[in-house]
Design a binder for this molecule. Structure first.
Ligand code: NAD
Ligand code: UDP
Length: 310
């Protein structure tokens, strides 16, 4: 089969590319390299792989037949989408519209990477797919949350109006090798500072929680979902919830670091809790994550050490 992945040079896209190539498929990555890295795709010296440098917010030109289109192109790290706010809104709106049209022309399955940020600062935990969320459309974080809400809305609309085969995943915090060490998210930041012995900085008091899922579990769920005909949003994540302070302590332990932990003002609109209810994914896909946080962090630390050595 032929897969097109927008945002394929990013963290999640490059892992999925590798998995699909290993399964014998053809993969085309389309990326504008705004937050991803050429290095993530240069390693695919494979006749079944092609890279196209392009922006999804302009109509996508592609000659050839696509069977499945994974639409991942969007800044995803808070520092990235605060730095690129308009680009983020356009990737989710115009970019999703262009990607949907390409899928429709090809009669391909369209697969949208949505996010747990759909739920905003949740008032209920764990978050189930029927939770409508707590999002303020004018707060700074809304550039990401609202762009993904629009993306879900237009995806369901195309499904209803045209019969396009669509899939929507609400991805919870995912981590692993191929993240940019300077992408500003908690795990790369904490590992970077733990390895250099600098202070690990926590925004707020560190009692806010997240639930981190290792990348291999996430890509496995995507492949399973692309083989079903389930078109409603599905939570994909690991329900193993941890406070950010405990995450920092765990990374200090794993790296054997002498870093101290320091505290700064909380980020604007930072969600206080986040934990997926994955009962629907268990039912539809027979899937659940296999890699616990400690094991995933050990693999990620090893990959970052290797990258830093050059
Ligand atoms: P990433 O920043 O590593 O990758 C995103 C990729 O999209 C980058 O390679 C970037 O260059 C590309 N891109 C951005 N705007 C583009 C545009 N206009 N045209 C073409 N390419 C563009 O982020 P990631 O963590 O790999 O996230 C991938 C997708 O998964 C995103 O849609 C994100 O919203 C979603 N997601 C990720 C997480 C997570 O924890 N990693 C959680 C929820 C949702
Ligand atoms: N965070 C932090 N220090 C950092 C980076 C992040 O305290 O150097 C906090 C951030 O404020 C948030 C949590 O860690 O409460 C998770 O942040 P991340 O960017 O990893 O994910 P997201 O906020 O998108 O869930």
């Amino acid at each position: 089969m032929t897969y097109l992945i927008t945002g394929g040079a990013g963290f999640i896209g490059s892992h999925l590319t590798e998995k699909l190539l290993d399964l014998g498929h053809e993969v085309i990555c389309l990326d504008n390299l705004s937050t991803g890295h050429r290095m993530n795709v240069e390693k695919f010296k494979n006749a079944r792989f092609r890279f196209i440098e392009a922006d999804v917010t302009t109509p996508i030109k592609f000659d050839g037949k696509i069977d499945v289109l994974f639409h991942f192109a969007s800044p995803a790290s808070p520092p990235d989408y605060f730095r690129l706010p308009v680009e983020t809104l356009l990737a989710g709106s115009q970019g999703t519209y262009n990607a949907l049209n390409l899928a429709l022309e090809n009669d391909a399955v369209f697969f949208l990477s949505s996010t747990s940020e759909i739920y905003g600062d949740p008032t209920i935990s764990p978050q189930k797919e029927d939770l409508c969320g707590n999002v303020n459309p004018i707060w700074p974080r809304s550039v990401y949350e609202v762009s993904k809400r629009f993306a879900e809305s237009i995806t369901m609309t195309y499904h209803r109006k045209t019969g396009l085969k669509t899939r929507i995943v609400r991805i919870f915090n995912t981590y692993g090798p191929n993240m940019r060490i300077d992408d500003g998210r908690s795990i790369p930041n904490f590992i970077k500072f733990a390895l250099s012995g600098e202070d690990i900085t926590i925004y707020g008091d560190g009692r806010q929680t997240r639930s981190f899922c290792y990348i291999d579990d996430v890509t496995q769920a995507f492949i399973l979902l692309s083989q079903t005909d389930y078109n409603y949003p599905l939570n994909i994540g690991n329900p193993e919830e941890i406070s950010i302070l405990d995450l920092a302590r765990t990374i200090i332990d794993i790296t054997g670091s002498k870093s101290d932990i320091s505290f700064q003002n909380p980020l604007d609109d930072d969600p206080k809790i986040r934990k997926p209810d994955i009962s629907m994914a268990q039912k539809i896909l027979g899937w659940q994550p296999n890699v616990c946080l400690k094991e995933g962090l050990e693999k990620t630390v090893a990959a970052f050490k290797k990258k830093l050595r050059g």
